[in-house]
Design a protein around this ligand. Structure first.
Ligand SMILES: [Mn+2]
Length: 314
């Protein structure tokens, strides 16, 4: 399968690499790693990377290109295979579109599609190509690829992590990846963020059966100078990983006067509670929105009852 991708890369002089919106370490890492791989091994080709930028942009700059560049060009989209999630929809102007992804969603774009969900990170697929074809790779390409591998595996913590993940990491280290630089960036957070974490750890409450929860009004956002998303999604797991706390919930009021609800569980499925209030998600990680903190109390009651049943069933 890689052969088709390689043949297409050989065939085109201009190659533009896309990835998903609001990129994470793996999207940018795969994009920049692949760019470097092509530049090192096919130096005559023009390779561009495009898309929106965020805090991960320390990995490398995006290119600003005109629509004309897409004429007769090859586009490679990494770490996503769903049209609405792709950053910069000018990929449609290209002659041929390749998808390289590791997510399970069925692809709705791409003339050539390679999806392999065995890989913990898309960056792993790029590494695999580099190794199998004995391509040159250097520090400039290896560092973003290692960032992709490290972040998508949760620092080699998530269940999909296997021997191959470490083989790829070893390969990238051999290529000169700056692991210290990567970790320095990943583990340095803003002071207000750390203070907000401290606020959560010191102020969460417990229901009768130990559902941990936080109710955040607008003053929290203002006090710590962060977004609703940060208070809601980024903080919910401050209440995780504690003995005896099997469900935790985070209720955050936003500017539209709606309460964003994030629900998490260690092992009991809680998604039916999220669905009952019009939301959804995964069995152990889901959410919904409600209109008042009184409704939040009803959710807490339902979650508490789930634990009560669990206790009674032993
Ligand atoms: Mn990924």
């Amino acid at each position: 399968m890689y052969k088709k991708i390689i043949d297409l890369i050989k065939q085109y002089n201009t190659i533009i690499i896309h990835r998903h919106k609001n990129p994470d370490g793996d999207a940018l890492g795969s994009q920049l790693g692949l760019k470097r791989l092509i530049e090192l091994n096919y130096p005559k080709k023009l390779v561009y990377v495009v898309g929106d930028e965020n805090t991960f942009i320390f990995l490398g700059k995006m290119d600003i290109i005109n629509n004309d560049v897409y004429k007769g060009a090859l586009v490679i989209i990494v770490d996503v295979s769903v049209a609405r999630l792709v950053s910069d929809d000018r990929y449609k102007l290209a002659d041929h579109v390749i998808i390289i992804d590791h997510h399970l969603n069925p692809a709705d774009i791409g003339d050539t599609v390679y999806i392999n969900s065995e890989h913990i990170a898309c960056a792993e697929i790029i590494c695999d190509i580099a190794i199998k074809y004995n391509y040159k790779m250097d520090k400039i390409g290896a560092t973003p690829l290692l960032t992709g591998l490290v972040t998508d595996s949760g620092r080699f913590l998530y269940p999909h992590t296997n021997a191959n993940s470490f083989r790829m990491a070893a390969y990238l280290m051999d290529c000169g990846a700056d692991i210290q630089g990567v970790y320095d960036r990943l583990y340095t957070v803003k002071l207000n963020y750390t203070k907000l974490k401290g606020y959560f750890l010191n102020n969460f409450k417990l229901t009768r059966n130990n559902v941990a929860y936080m109710k955040n009004d607008l003053s929290i956002k203002e006090k710590f100078d962060v977004s609703t998303f940060t208070v809601s999604r980024a903080m919910v797991n401050q209440m995780s990983g504690m003995e005896g706390i099997n469900i935790w919930a985070n209720f955050t009021l936003d500017e539209e006067n709606i309460i964003q609800v994030e629900l998490r569980s260690k092992k009991i499925s809680i998604v039916d509670v999220a669905r009952k209030y019009g939301g959804g998600g995964h069995a152990l990680a889901c959410g919904c929105t409600v209109n008042s903190f009184e409704e939040a109390d009803l959710i807490l009651y339902d979650l508490d009852m789930l634990l009560e049943e669990e206790i009674q069933n032993g």
